[in-house]
Design a protein around this ligand. Structure first.
Ligand SMILES: NC(=O)c1ccc[n+]([C@@H]2O[C@H](COP(=O)([O-])OP(=O)(O)OC[C@H]3O[C@@H](n4cnc5c(N)ncnc54)[C@H](OP(=O)(O)O)[C@@H]3O)[C@@H](O)[C@H]2O)c1
Length: 262
């Protein structure tokens, strides 16, 4: 990749910055589609976020920036506008900068999750879905699953109160989906989604018992690294279709591309 004065520039704002992978994925994506866009991680401490955002407004060749831990919520009041879905999710993970410096925030987790599923030929419409986890990404996926027309969504989270709060919020936003919180046996669902961090580290517990998993169930683990988690290995051994977090991440790259071209 050659970066010149004609290149469009993007950043990924994070603290710590050493875990950031999105910049490499974005650079690979834009190289693949021959678009002259270069992305760099930026180490930004929480107390410096408003200064950095103010400076980016003044940078004429910047077209946007990704936002990750711990800035996804704190960035919101610093922007000119956020999309309806970012407002509903309560977090922003990508910001578009217009030529006049105006900043619009969006959240690509929800559409990326659904696009990753459909890239494998599956949809949640009319399906029974079990989601494990109710953190930041889990909030986006739960809203996306209900919005896409799931018949039933079970949300199971270690912190049960957090799981119930998410289930209540999703139920209020999408009354057509029956949303329930609490633990559930894995054997009656069409789709099982892991949105917890369990599976990122070797030796992590498996987030849900798959010992009775039917081979007809699809198991979607949104963890990106490792690309194949223990949960996916167990599901695969039981004959189920598995989808990894790369599908969701790749889909988000295409969405970012479309967002900055608007
Ligand atoms: N593929 C993608 O594009 C994509 C996008 C975003 C995130 N992700 C991945 O999604 C995962 C979660 O990210 P996040 O931003 O949602 O994190 P988060 O907001 O910190 O939420 C973490 C979730 O994991 C649960 N959890 C953590 N440790 C646990 C344990 N030991 N036992 C049981 N549950 C545990 C938490 O439960 P409690 O509520 O009980 O703490 C919570 O539900 C990460 O692996 C991240 O890389 C992937």
């Amino acid at each position: 990749m050659e970066i010149t004065g004609k290149s469009k520039i993007m950043f990924v704002l994070a603290d710590p910055v050493d875990h950031v992978r999105a910049s490499a994925v974005l650079n690979a994506y834009f190289t693949e589609i021959s678009e002259d866009v270069a992305t760099s991680p930026l180490a930004v401490r929480p107390q410096d976020l408003s200064h950095v955002v103010g400076a980016i407004r003044l940078m004429g060749n910047v077209v946007g920036f990704g936002v990750t831990i711990p800035h996804k919520v704190a960035i919101i009041p610093l922007l000119d506008e956020i999309t309806d879905r970012a407002r509903m999710i309560g977090a922003v993970n990508f910001v578009r900068r217009s030529d006049d410096g105006r900043l619009v925030g969006d959240n690509m987790d929800a559409p990326g999750f659904i696009a990753g599923l459909s890239a494998h030929g599956y949809s949640v419409a009319g399906k029974r879905v079990l989601q494990i986890g109710a953190g930041g990404a889990g909030r986006a996926t739960a809203l996306a699953i209900a919005e896409a027309g799931a018949a039933e969504l079970w949300i199971s989270n270690r912190d049960a109160a957090r799981g119930k709060a998410l289930a209540d919020a999703v139920q209020a936003a999408f009354p057509q989906t029956h949303v329930v919180s609490g633990s559930a046996a894995a054997d009656t669902f069409d789709l099982i989604v892991n949105t917890t961090a369990l599976g990122m580290k070797p030796g992590d517990a498996v987030p849900v018992d798959l010992s009775q998993l039917p081979s007809s169930t699809v198991v979607y683990d949104i963890i990106v690294n490792p690309p194949v988690t223990r949960l996916m290995e167990i599901a695969h051994a039981r004959g189920a279709v598995t989808i990894g977090g790369k599908a969701m991440l790749d889909a988000q790259m295409a969405l970012v591309g479309a967002f900055i071209r608007r």
